[in-house]
Design a binder for this molecule. Structure first.
Ligand SMILES: [Zn+2]
Length: 272
């Protein structure tokens, strides 16, 4: 029996159960027929023109992304809209679209957990544990196996992540010694005031805006608080795709699972 899109949807729900998603989120199947035969899956962070075209070109029957394309309501998928054009490209190319978003953030091998593992953190636990299963939840805190300076940690992150225009931005003394690391792959400013983040030596996340970052640094100067490391949102989540691909391939042995190498970080260059 050939593997179908329905088999992939079931596998995705086993790996990243929908109950784990935040209430505002909209993960799951966005386009595609459940009975469609599936031989190849392309994984990407974003469903954009470039990744939709790549999915069709590599003859994938499913584009699995982290960010839901239709998170907020739309009233048209006309092809002179960007989202309509992406959907039309996929549908005409025989490729379904499926998103695993916050449901893939919280699991034991989710976006933040993968980053924590790649940094070698030990004794990791969620920043916001799920009451039903405290081994899962948003963000991770853990300890570096030995103290490392902030400068070295930033360079290690830059080496780990795919290159982007923003690189790795840091607020703090490069010589500061670190041991306790808090991190949240994706936009994590909502966790800045969390006691586990405030108690860490450094907080690694993405999309830190001026005011939350400034206030967190002022609090750190006044009392104590973490150094901040701001990495590309896309890069942080792209890191998870390899793990996701391995897990998915384990669930769907007859399907080839490919990770997109295209950079869908929206920023192209920085001038400093
Ligand atoms: Zn994200």
């Amino acid at each position: 029996m050939p593997t179908t899109l329905a088999d992939a949807v079931a596998a995705v729900e086993r790996l990243w159960p929908l109950e784990g998603a935040e209430a505002w989120d909209s993960p799951g199947l966005i386009a595609g027929h459940p009975d469609a035969e599936l031989r190849r899956i392309l994984l990407a962070v974003d469903a954009v023109a470039a990744t939709a075209s790549e999915a069709v070109e590599v003859e994938a029957q499913l584009l699995l992304v982290h960010h839901p394309l239709l998170l907020r309501g739309v009233t048209t998928i006309a092809e002179d809209t960007a989202k309509g054009a992406v959907l039309a490209r996929l549908v005409r190319g025989g490729c379904a679209l499926l998103a695993a978003h916050t449901n893939a953030d919280v699991v034991e091998a989710g976006t933040s957990a993968v980053m924590a593992a790649r940094l070698g953190l030990q004794g990791t636990r969620p920043i916001v544990p799920n009451p039903a299963d405290p081994s899962t939840g948003l963000g991770r805190v853990g300890e570096l196996p030995a103290p490392v300076t902030l400068g070295r940690l930033a360079r290690a992150l830059a080496a780990l992540l795919p290159p982007t225009a923003q690189g790795v931005r840091v607020a703090g003394d490069p010589e500061q010694e670190l041991r306790a690391v808090a991190l949240c792959a994706g936009a994590g400013d909502a966790l800045l005031a969390h006691p586990l983040v405030a108690a860490a030596d450094v907080y690694i996340t993405s999309d830190l805006r001026h005011h939350p970052a400034s206030e967190a640094r002022e609090a750190a100067f006044a009392r104590s608080g973490p150094a901040l490391v701001d990495v590309s949102h896309w890069a942080a989540e792209w890191l998870w795709l390899e793990t996701a691909a391995e897990q998915l391939a384990g669930e769907l042995p007859d399907v080839e699972v490919v990770v997109s190498e295209l950079r869908t970080d929206p920023w192209d260059f920085a001038v400093v």
